[in-house]
Design a protein around this ligand. Sequence first.
Ligand SMILES: [Zn+2]
Length: 314
Amino acid sequence: MAEKVLAGIDLGGTKLLAVLVDGEGRVLASDEQPTYADQGADRVIGRMVELVNGLLGERYELTGVGVATAGTLNPNGGLIEIATNLGWKDVPLGLELERRLGVPVTVENDANAAAYGEWKAGAGVGTQDCVFITVSTGIGGGIVSGGRLVRGKTASAGELGHITIDWNGPKCPCGNVGCLELYASGTAIGRAAAAAAEADPIRGAKLLELAGGVKMTSRHASEAAKAGDPLAAEVLREAGRALGAGLVSMVHMANPELIILGGGASHIGEPLLGPMRDMLDERVIGSMGRGVRIVPPTLGTEAGAIGAALMAGA
Ligand SMILES: [Zn+2]
């Protein structure tokens, strides 16, 4: 008899990543394909179906599908209202996949799906209250409270990159002002390093040399700081303090026992994370901050797909 499985698909702007998992979130099979978003929604949905069917073969029986994606969702019916990374508007993705695959489909915000995956099958297993935050090009996250993922009205609760750090700060593309993402994302770190090196080319010599005339990134800042460059260390310290200030707000809001901190920029390590932890220790309300553990995620790039699959089975 075929083994019952759930499928999860991470629908990204450049690639589709699909997994089959069991009820505990163990990955039984996975595969990925380019999205080719420019070919239109119908073709992309067709490729999602092929990807899942290819993984199922004769061996597995599909019981549900979860899709993790960016964009504005109407979770009822799995409608993608606007997805700028795909160029989609009002695509009834959930209904369309249900029709073609013949099982219930749930469509979820990608950061929340990753938070759910890490909570159920990764670093957060066994906790009831945890915050997941991912720091890469942007900053995203999700909140688990009282043993439940906080989804919110439009399934996008936990937009941790867009909590306000400076209400008089620069304008964010999201419409808000002074968002955390503008200070502590990989993009922001690269931008701050470039500005600092440009303002003081003598102190910025190491950064300028590493960037080699191309666009400066957080990786250059990280390398320079690891080589002992004081300017790069200052840039990362400021970003780390901003991240810490964001975490203070998250702890005050969600009172977690665990913070799962992942994403490309989190690999910068101590030059970023040291100032972040200091900020948290200095500023969080004592009883809430005491004993909050900060750990890396364990599921890697499959977290969103695994989480979406498990949400489909919940
Ligand atoms: Zn914002």
